[in-house]
Ligand binder design. Structure first.
Ligand code: 2BA
Length: 109
C-alpha cells in the first residue's frame, strides 16, 4: 500500500477529488498554505494499492494545471540606490507536488 500526498492548487482540488472518487479511490483534502507564496492550497491524501500508482498519478496530472503567479520582491538596497519599489517576479506553480510513502498498515477502527 502507498500513501499519496499531493499538494495542489485550490482551483484544481475539486475536480481532482471528484475524479479520484469516481474511480473508487478514497481521498481526503486538507486546506494548507504554501510557505513561499503564503497562499492557500490543498493537500490531498489517498492510500492506494501499489498497482494503482500509475493510474492515480495520471488522474492528478490530468486535473492539475501549471499556472504563472507574480510575487512582489523588494530589491536589495545598494549604496547607489535607495529604491524600494517592489519588482514583480514570475513563479510557475504546480501542476502538483506529489510525495509517495510506503504504508505499513491501514486500520479502520
Ligand atoms: P509555495 O511554497 O507557496 O510555492 C509556490 C511556488 O513558488 C512554487 O511552486 C515554486 O514555483 C515557487 N517557489 C517556492 N519556493 C521558492 C523559492 N525559495 N524561490 C523561488 N521560487 C519558489 P511549486 O513548486 O509548484 O510548489 C507549490 C506548493 O507545493 C508550494 O507552495 C508548497 O506548498 C508545496 N511544496 C512544493 N515543494 C515542496 C516541498 N519540497 N516540500 C513541501 N511542500 C512543497
Amino acid at each position: 500500500m502507498l500513501l499519496i500526498l499531493a499538494i495542489v492548487q485550490n482551483q484544481d482540488a475539486g475536480g481532482l477529488l471528484d475524479s479520484l472518487i469516481a474511480r473508487d479511490y478514497r481521498a481526503t483534502r486538507i486546506q494548507t498554505v504554501g510557505g513561499f507564496l503564503q497562499e492557500g492550497n490543498v493537500t490531498v491524501l489517498a492510500v492506494i494499492e501499489d498497482g494503482q500508482l500509475a493510474d492515480a498519478l495520471g488522474i492528478i496530472q490530468t486535473n492539475c494545471h501549471t499556472r504563472q503567479r507574480y510575487v512582489n520582491a523588494i530589491p536589495a538596497l545598494s549604496e547607489a540606490s535607495m529604491l524600494t519599489t517592489p519588482c514583480p517576479i514570475e513563479v510557475e506553480v504546480g501542476g502538483a507536488t506529489v510525495f509517495v510513502f510506503d504504508v505499513v498498515r491501514l486500520e479502520r477502527i
